[in-house]
Design a protein around this ligand. Structure first.
Ligand code: NAG
Ligand code: NAG
Ligand code: NAG
Ligand code: NAG
Ligand code: NAG
Ligand code: NAG
Length: 936
């Protein structure tokens, strides 16, 4: 009843004002109104008396039961307890499952999460880390595994995930992440929505979205959510148990509530709603404290005559004010963060972590000095740009925080990114300059500490929970994958290492205190970017010229000479030009050269900020009548050059963008364009490669709308449009006859099958549909048919997830599946391309780009790693370059050949290593060559 009680007090106050200060209202005309006010006043006064008088402890009113009073006193004592400091090391893990065998890892490279690297043995016993050291004596009945110097880390801690609270595949029936009807719901609990058959936070669409819950990702026999909880079976007399709250400010809450015409619609409103509710919580806390303090003053045979003041809706906020809750706030803009810190000082609570704080690097001083405690920032290293708040995000942020001694954690925000690849977030932060220890700590010990669980998880230390991961490679390397995962000492996968079980180490381990870690040159001083018109690239290891040709240093020293943007020489035996002083000479030190990468992008050139209508081209009007073919729009008409997205893309060596018009609910999207990402104006240096690359369409559940509410209707529209126009000169006719490709974004195997049937049908009528599957989460299930019908697949994203009911058959890769969809398509000779990683949540039909064009070379690298030698480096390069050129029929005229316009990217190493950086960008619509580009 807290909300109503507040209202009564307000109305009460209003009426007093009215009576005392505004006698003009007593004019006869207002009499009726006054009568009604007064009657409300009287009613409320009676109500108020009945309900509120017992709050005052007095001797002469009706009493409360002794039991109710005792319950209140117990609550007072509980407020005081639960403030223990946690004890190290623990001697038992209540989650231990009896019968679990002791595990002895021999000869592991242990990265303990605290910055120490130990080459030695590790024993997991009774659900705890039992011993760490060298030449540990064998335990009875233990499973002994020689990990042969593989890396072992603590189990990863994902501080920001919606896994299990919103399902994969997405179903409205099981999506419970955001309670959107009311902006202040600190009282709802993720706990009540977790589906264990799937650390969880509630959503960010509300100001106070609710209470988070930390779970261990280990299935339990009981299928009980409580049993998955990190605090299951904890003895709360001995151990402090934290709770977790999630709040959000800035764009999300106002964007969510504005269309509903409900507060908050502005940041002003957000701040007021926060303060109003915090003030209520503060009042309640004070009442409780007063009650408790009064109770302590009574003798044993006395009692208070009022109930302990309580309110379930304010309970979690009062707990926050009492310091029993770790508060996680989703606030992005620097001034939003400052506002929250201001609230925290006004109401005396602490903020444990700021999530998505991608612009917070601008206010390290405020975070460091003004807040009451060390606040952890939790962020993505690279995802940026689809909304205003994320437009200033910087890849340098993690390093800036680390330098300011602000703890940095990285998160998946599952399903925004796949929690399976949390370690990749750390690898990317490492690439962008966060040091090795902080990168690893950002997914282990730092989030554990921010959650108040640093006495149990996030480290390999004695007495910690036996949660460890054995990796196939250095965990910060590109595509590093767990071989084995142990939670509470229980193995979670049956993988390659199990084969070694029971097999004691035969060879003598060579222990060495100073474990040498993979070297990185990332910690060196940043080099300043510069440009030049002519360059000589020496000491190249490989040049990927085209599908048929890779030049390698094995054949002799290879180099590239570029003069005024034109390749003068490439390969072995390049003459050193006589006027050498006009060239910049770059030693690539064994690096690779790739043709300019091609991005099939969700918005480059059309959308700078996807969620701001003034900063993008807008969404197409759906065509539902195939006769309206002339209403199909061409992306080229909306092209906008320059801007931050294109700049970061260009600097990453992604020199061509292919973009279709932006569309949410439309089967036909429009005609895509291909252009050079570095171009400043369409009148310079031939930036347009093609004005009409392909006709694009999308089918599937996310694109159903009122006009075409069925997937069958979507396919039927495509069939009508193409069949009807087979003989016509219009766009649909040209597509049906194969003059330009037809790219359909589709994931479901059955929907892809329908499109294959359509292609065959059109062929039988004399057409030649050049169908290309984009998306393609389930395409591997039709690999043979796709190959037979010469239908290429552009995997988009390249590591698809089972996000939809119609994409459940994706293969997400090791350690969950042996193969990926790409492996199977490849084995069956389907032509493959890789598109830009994008995001579509559930039925949100926007395909949001997160500025991840620059990661394409890593996406190709992941394919290499996942395929375990099946796919060659050349083929992986092809997926992001010449295959796309072929699939789209692009006529680039700038291959890596003498006399051509230079259009390539050179790396200071192998680009499939996370440590490698772009050294040179040549072409991309610019005449100047960029040296040592730096990502924002
Ligand atoms: C471990 O055992 C090996 C072989 O028995 C021995 O050479 C080495 O000195 C031992 N190391 C320690 C730290 O005891
Ligand atoms: C602020 O809260 C802390 C507990 O979290 C408490 O110890 C301190 O006394 C409070 N300060 C004020 C001014 O209320
Ligand atoms: C806060 O951070 C500083 C480093 O900036 C560290 O020395 C201090 O121990 C931290 N405090 C706590 C409570 O962790
Ligand atoms: C290891 O040995 C035990 C008994 O010695 C046996 O029960 C178990 O199945 C073995 N494990 C493997 C993976 O071979
Ligand atoms: C690669 O070789 C094939 C077969 O010899 C040839 O048809 C094709 O044109 C070549 N491609 C390039 C880019 O040279
Ligand atoms: C992976 O491959 C191994 C060996 O071929 C096989 O035993 C195992 O069942 C496969 N696992 C999956 C998930 O397909």
């Amino acid at each position: 009843m807290p909300r109503s009680s507040k209202k009564y007090i307000q109305v009460n106050g209003y009426i007093r004002n009215f009576v005392h200060f505004n006698p003009s209202y007593l004019r006869p005309k207002k009499f009726l109104l006054i009568i009604s006010f007064v009657s409300v006043f009287i009613t409320l006064l009676i109500f108020y008396k009945l309900h509120f008088t017992p709050y005052k402890y007095s001797q002469f009113l009706i009493g409360i039961s002794h039991e109710a009073y005792r319950n209140g006193v117990i609550k007072c004592s509980m407020i005081k307890s639960n403030k223990l400091d946690n004890v190290y090391p623990r001697t038992s893990n209540p989650r231990f499952v009896p019968g679990t065998k002791t595990i002895v890892f021999k000869n592991g490279m242990i990265l303990n999460g605290k910055g120490e690297n130990i080459l030695g043995d590790l024993i997991l016993k009774n659900g705890l880390i039992h011993a760490i050291g060298q030449n540990l004596s064998d335990e009875a009945e233990a499973i002994v595994i020689d990990v042969k110097k593989k890396y072992i880390t603590p189990g990863l801690v994902d501080m920001h995930s919606h896994a299990t609270i919103s399902s994969w595949p997405f179903l409205t029936g099981s999506d419970d992440g955001n309670k959107e009807t009311y902006p202040l719901t600190p009282y709802v609990r993720a706990l009540d929505a977790i589906n264990p058959n799937g650390p969880v936070l509630t959503g960010s669409l509300s100001l106070m979205s609710g209470e988070g819950f930390v779970i261990k990702m280990r299935p339990v026999d009981t299928s009980s959510v409580d049993d998955m909880g990190i605090n299951a079976k904890i003895d709360t007399e001995k151990e402090r148990v934290w709770r977790w709250l999630k709040m959000a400010c800035g764009e999300n809450p106002k964007a969510q509530h504005s269309p509903l015409k409900k507060a908050p619609t502005t940041r002003l409103g957000e701040a007021w709603l926060f303060r109003e509710l915090f003030a209520e919580a503060r009042v309640l806390k004070q009442k409780q404290d007063d009650w408790c303090s009064a109770a302590t003053k009574l003798s044993n045979n006395e009692q208070l005559n009022s109930y302990f003041p309580e309110d379930l809706q304010l309970e979690s906020l009062v707990a926050l004010l009492r310091g029993d809750v770790k508060l996680n706030i989703h606030c992005i803009e620097p001034f939003d963060i400052e506002t929250m810190i201001r609230h925290s000082l006004e109401f005396n609570f602490t903020i444990a972590a700021i999530h998505h704080a991608s612009s917070a690097y601008m206010i390290t001083d405020i975070i460091k000095k003004r807040a009451k405690n060390n606040i952890t920032v939790v962020l993505f290293p690279d995802l940026w740009g689809h909304k205003k708040e994320l437009f200033q995000a910087s890849t340098k942020a993690p390093k800036i925080f680390a330098n300011a001694q602000i703890p940095v954690a990285l998160k998946s925000d599952h399903p925004i990114t796949n929690a399976q690849h949390l370690a990749f977030q750390a690898a990317k932060a490492y690439h962008y300059g966060l040091d090795e220890h902080n990168s690893l700590a950002a997914i282990t010990s730092v989030p554990a500490k921010a959650l108040g669980l640093d006495h149990r998880i996030g480290q390999i230390s004695l007495g910690y929970d036996a949660d460890v991961v054995v990796w196939d490679s250095y965990p910060l390397s590109l595509g590093a994958t767990p071989l084995e995962v142990y939670i509470d000492g229980i193995p979670q996968f049956n993988t390659s290492l199990s084969v070694l079980s029971n097999e004691t180490s035969k060879q003598t381990p060579s222990y060495n205190k100073n474990v040498s870690m993979p070297k990185s040159d990332l910690t060196g001083k940043p080099v300043k970017s510069q440009t030049t018109s002519s360059v000589i690239l020496k000491n190249i290891d490989k040049i990927f010229v085209d599908k048929n040709r890779t030049l390698s240093s094995i054949e002799g020293p290879i180099s590239i000479v570029v003069k005024d943007g034109i390749i003068e020489c490439i390969g072995i035996n390049c003459m050193i030009p006589s006027n050498i002083s006009s060239y910049e000479i770059i030693d690539l030190k064994g690096g690779y050269v790739l043709p300019g990468i091609i991005a099939i992008s969700p918005g480059l050139g059309l959308a700078e900020i996807e969620l701001e209508s003034s900063a993008n081209d807008g969404q197409v009007v759906p065509i539902i009548n195939p006769d309206n073919v002339e209403d199909i729009i061409y992306a080229i008409d909306g092209l906008k050059l320059g801007g931050k997205h294109l700049e970061t893309t260009y600097k990453a060596g992604v020199l061509t963008a292919v973009t279709a018009p932006l569309s949410s609910k439309s089967v036909f999207t429009g005609v895509s364009m291909a252009f050079k990402t570095g171009a400043g104006s369409i009148f310079d240096y031939e930036p347009i490669i093609s004005e009409n690359v392909a006709l694009h369409a999308k089918i599937g559940t996310p694109y159903k709308d009122d006009r075409i509410p069925t997937v069958s209707g979507q396919i039927s529209l495509i069939r009508k449009a193409l069949m009807k126009n087979l003989e016509h000169q219009n766009l649909f006719g040209r597509v049906a006859r194969g003059d330009i490709p037809f790219i359909v974004y589709v994931d479901s195997k059955d929907e892809i099958a329908s499109l294959i049937r359509l292609k065959i049908q059109i062929k039988n009528y004399g057409g030649n549909l050049k169908l290309v599957i984009s998306g393609g989460a389930e395409a591997h299930m039709l690999a043979i048919e796709l190959a037979k019908n010469e239908i290429p697949v552009i995997l988009n994203p390249s590591r698809p997830t089972p996000k939809l009911w119609t994409a459940q058959h994706v293969l997400t890769g090791a350690p969950i599946t042996n193969k990926t969809g790409i492996d199977i398509l490849y084995e069956n000779n389907v032509k493959i391309g890789i598109g830009v990683d994008l995001y579509s949540l559930g039925f949100n039909s926007y395909l949001l780009g997160f500025g991840l064009e620059r990661n394409l070379v890593w996406d190709a690298g992941w394919v290499l790693r996942n395929s375990k030698e099946l796919i060659s480096q050349e083929d992986a390069v092809g997926f992001i370059t010449w295959n796309l050129e072929e699939i789209l029929g692009l006529k680039m005229k700038n291959g890596l050949l003498k006399g051509n316009i230079a259009n390539f990217v050179a790396y200071n190493g192998n680009p499939f290593d996370i440590n490698t950086r772009v050294k040179i960008v040549a072409g991309g619509g610019r005449k100047d060559i960029l040296i040592d580009p730096e990502q924002d």
